[in-house]
Design a protein around this ligand. Structure first.
Ligand SMILES: [Zn+2]
Length: 191
């Protein structure tokens, strides 16, 4: 029986690059990969995912919050060797359960990558369900400007951290920076 994997990290911790490299590894061996992401994030348009590493990119299929992933593809006949989902934190609880079902019932490994928590340090819905039901969970670590491990995706404007507000601001011009909890709590954005 195949597993559901969750790899999480803060923004800028190379999650997308790792998802793309994992995909490349499967394809290099002649295996068939379905590369997915939820549609809330439109940074790359609808059908490409790009990492910060130049040239490391791939076409991606998207799904919306109301989609049933089980109904989007005929998993029984697709002969997939692997499913990779980037930005999985934006998936719904139900969609995580669908991915778990696909791993178990169709015996296809599902590798998911995403953020643990939003800028308020609260779990995303998709990430929460993954912590509850993923078979294997791993963390990509990245350092704060102070040297400690980052765990917070701080939202800021100018030199001030924003601690409250809507979770997703479409077209907002706030910026994000990964921080450790202490720097976040103290409002210390570094240089
Ligand atoms: Zn820090």
């Amino acid at each position: 029986m195949a597993k559901l994997y969750f790899t999480y990290g803060t923004m800028g911790s190379s999650k997308t690059a790792q998802a793309l490299m994992l995909r490349f590894g499967f394809i290099e061996r002649g295996q068939k990969v379905l590369f997915l992401k939820p549609t809330l994030d439109t940074r790359d348009g609808d059908n490409m995912i790009r990492s910060r590493i130049p040239g490391l990119e791939a076409p991606v299929k998207t799904f919306s919050p109301t989609d049933d992933i089980l109904e989007l593809y005929n998993f029984k006949f697709l002969n997939l060797d692997c499913i990779i989902v980037d930005e999985v934190n934006f998936a719904t609880k139900e969609q995580i359960e669908q991915l778990k079902y696909i791993a178990e019932e169709f015996d296809i490994p599902v590798h998911t990558f995403g953020l643990r928590a939003n800028f308020k340090t609260e779990l995303f819905e998709g990430s929460k369900r993954l912590f509850e039901i993923a078979d294997t969970i791993s963390e990509i670590k990245s350092p704060c400007h102070c040297g400690k491990k980052t765990i917070v995706n701080a939202r800021y404007k100018g030199k001030k951290i924003i601690y409250d507000g809507e979770s997703i601001i479409i077209g907002g011009n706030d910026q994000y920076k990964s921080l450790c909890y202490k720097c976040w709590r103290e409002g210390n954005l570094g240089k």
